[in-house]
Ligand binder design. Structure first.
Ligand code: HEC
Length: 184
């Protein structure tokens, strides 16, 4: 009887200690600063990103200079379309979404560790690089807002602003000689 009682007490003591440890762990987890999740190393080099993402999505925006997205004929199989404009989420919605994609993708031009095609690092420490990345983001948001109005005159202006944001950077960091790309 006495023995059983002691055993129960001991058991209570042990589980109490475990509970205390768990609580302490919980409190520590609550108060200790959480390490930021580590981003994966970039997969694409800058040229690959330009060809796969900035080029096609800016073309969706530039399309509005000559054509009305509302009049785009959907693809015969819209859910399998490789052209955002003729797909299920096509027309003006595609223009809006491509502009937003460009805006958010500006961050990819600031990813540490991303290389240019010639093996140089992207020149992230250069103030004008950062400025031109921000210029691209702003131009993309300008295009997004213009797309919301479905006003093609506004799209002409927005396309011009977007194209200028591309060529500003190319003028300095994408010279004819590929070996000199991304130079400080
Ligand atoms: C902040 C600088 C910057 C901005 C902004 C920028 N680019 Fe680029 N782009 C580059 C650099 C640098 C290269 C060359 C990269 C390399 O060789 O790795 C390049 C390469 C390219 C290429 C591939 C060229 C080739 O040789 O095949 C295309 C296409 C391109 N850019 C399109 C665009 C478009 C369209 C925009 C605007 C919507 C844009 N870029 C905005 C810096 C920029």
């Amino acid at each position: 009887m006495q023995d059983g009682h002691n055993r129960r007490m001991r058991r209570a003591g042990v589980s109490g200690a475990i509970a205390a440890v768990i609580c302490a762990g919980y409190l520590m987890a609550q108060s200790a600063p959480q390490p930021a999740p580590k981003a994966a190393a970039p997969a694409a080099n800058l040229n690959q990103l330009m060809r796969s993402l900035f080029f096609p999505h800016s073309n969706v925006v530039f399309f509005t200079q000559r054509y009305d997205p509302a009049e785009v004929k959907p693809a015969s199989e819209p859910s399998a379309s490789t052209d955002p404009l003729t797909g299920v989420f096509g027309g003006w919605e595609a223009v809006e979404n491509s502009a937003l994609t460009l805006a958010d993708s500006a961050d990819l031009l600031m990813t540490p560790g991303r290389k240019c095609s010639n093996g140089r690092d992207m020149p992230l420490a250069n103030a004008d690089w950062v400025q031109m990345v921000n210029g691209l983001r702003d131009a993309s948001m300008f295009a997004y807002k213009a797309a919301l109005t479905k006003d093609r005159d506004k799209m002409l202006q927005a396309s011009d602003v977007l194209a200028t944001s591309c060529s500003n950077c190319h003028g300095k960091y994408r010279p004819g000689n590929a070996a000199n790309r991304c130079r400080p």
